[in-house]
Design a protein around this ligand. Structure first.
Ligand code: AG3
Length: 285
């Protein structure tokens, strides 16, 4: 990360590419026990949260990511009643989950409480539903929590992590995915943020698909969608089911959803399942 005059830049040196946002001012900076967290006021993208130099979200485009991390998974599950979110400290994912009326219980396990406290202060629109009695926030290591959890108890697990370096690295590992598979009910769904199809196909997506298969999941599907503020502007969520086909979903329920969305709809879901030509083979059919 470099702050050049009044621009914030996230560079991906190994790919020779960078993305910049014009900044009005820095509102906050701190080093938590886990990472460095910053908040900026941008000129045109609303507020920006940055962790360890990487864009986590902007007010302007986070709906793309949060809606696609949640609604495809919850409309793929036949009847999602219990949801576990790992990471997701800004609560943008949690908020989308709480829109689903059939969800009875959501537990969010974020390792870094400071991310949530900063979101409450600077991104109150993301944390507005945190008082919902269906949700419980825990601040601890999600890997440990899943390891300790008794067998088969949750319908949907959503992994809303940072890049697979630092504290998030274990969340992409085979051992953890086996534990996630163990705690899912039959018919359960895992949704994992899985980086850029263009930049990370070989380094992250292909190994993730192999690890999911080894962990016992049915064939996974990577759904892609735009996120302009993330590296390459193109991002993905990988769905994997415990004994269920994640290419099928509840079309009528998705079309008739009773809550507002700005990106997700039944046709977007269908379209996001389409696999680009260069991803065929290793990432699916
Ligand atoms: N989680 C995904 C962030 C990955 C972005 N990577 C990057 N900028 N290099 C974001 C958390 C939103 N709830």
């Amino acid at each position: 990360m470099t702050l050049d005059e009044n621009w914030f830049t996230e560079a991906v040196p190994g790919e020779g590419v960078a993305f910049s946002l014009r900044i009005k001012q820095r509102l906050h900076a701190e080093r938590s026990p886990y990472q460095r967290i910053e908040v900026f006021e941008t000129a045109h993208w609303g507020r920006l949260m940055v962790i360890d130099g990487c864009v986590m979200l902007t007010e302007r485009d986070n709906f793309l990511y949060h809606e696609m991390m949640v609604h495809p998974a919850l409309f793929t599950h036949a009847e999602p009643r219990s949801v576990l979110i790992i990471g997701g400290g800004d609560c943008g994912t949690l908020q989308q989950v709480l829109h689903h009326p059939n969800v009875e219980r959501v537990i969010q396990v974020e390792i870094d409480e400071r991310v949530t406290r900063i979101a409450e202060r600077f991104f109150p629109e993301l944390t507005a539903m945190n008082g919902d009695p269906r949700c419980e926030l825990r601040f601890e290591d999600g890997v440990e929590l899943v390891r300790r959890t008794a067998d088969v108890c949750v319908d949907v697990v959503i992994i809303d992590s940072t890049d697979p370096v630092g504290p998030a690295r274990n969340l992409f590992g085979g051992e953890f995915l086996r534990q996630v598979h163990r705690v899912l009910q039959p018919g359960g769904i895992l949704a994992q943020q899985s980086e850029s199809p263009l930049l990370h196909r070989q380094s992250i997506l292909e190994p993730l698909h192999r690890s999911l298969a080894q962990a016992g999941f049915s064939p996974p599907a990577t759904l892609s969608f735009p996120v302009p503020s993330y590296p390459s502007g193109w991002w993905s969520c990988t769905l994997a089911g415990k004994a269920c086909d994640v290419r099928e979903f509840r079309h009528a329920a998705a079309a008739a959803r009773a809550f507002p969305t700005r990106y997700y709809n039944e046709e977007v879901h269908r379209g996001a399942l389409a696999l680009p030509e260069f991803c065929r083979g290793v990432l699916g059919a």
